[in-house]
Design a protein around this ligand. Structure first.
Ligand SMILES: [Zn+2]
Length: 56
């Protein structure tokens, strides 16, 4: 009985970001979100780094 519980626990994986049941640590939706945010941040840093030249 206890072994069965363990098995189920292993199967019960949720996204570490939104907490929704997912086979992955981070579900596709959140992965997309994170990727988008990372790009935005990078863009912001790039923008702040060079204020006098608008184009790269
Ligand atoms: Zn998620």
């Amino acid at each position: 009985m206890e072994e069965k519980e363990k098995k189920e626990e292993k199967k019960h994986v949720v996204c570490s970001i939104c907490g929704k049941p997912s086979e992955l640590t981070i579900c596709h939706a959140c992965e997309d979100k994170i990727r988008g945010e990372a790009v935005e941040k990078k863009h912001e840093i790039d923008k702040a780094g060079r204020t006098d030249s608008g184009r790269r």
